[in-house]
Design a protein around this ligand. Structure first.
Ligand SMILES: [Zn+2]
Length: 92
């Protein structure tokens, strides 16, 4: 496991960020979709780099993320506040 501070340039497949009271925007990124965990109501924004927006990928990532939330609850682990999203090849 390598822990690194992710720079926006490296977020090639986009990120999901936990939303707080206000919608926060990260410079250089565009919110493609929001996903709500139906078990705890937490809301995440799926963001892609402004230069590489991909709506179809964002829709698949939303499904992937909802599934991850279910697993987080099954495993009783907290949702991360920032989730690195997989690319289309990593989602089967
Ligand atoms: Zn949840």
């Amino acid at each position: 496991m390598v822990k690194s501070a992710a720079a926006p340039e490296s977020l090639s497949n986009g990120t999901a960020k936990r939303l707080r009271k206000k919608t926060e925007s990260t410079p250089g990124t565009v919110v493609m979709s929001t996903v709500v965990c139906y078990q705890c109501g937490v809301q995440f924004a799926i963001a892609h780099r402004a230069a590489s927006q991909h709506q179809a990928l964002a829709e698949r990532q939303a499904i992937w993320l909802a599934d991850k939330f279910v697993w987080d609850h099954i495993q009783e682990s907290n949702h991360q506040s920032l989730i690195q999203l997989p690319g289309s090849r990593e989602m089967k």
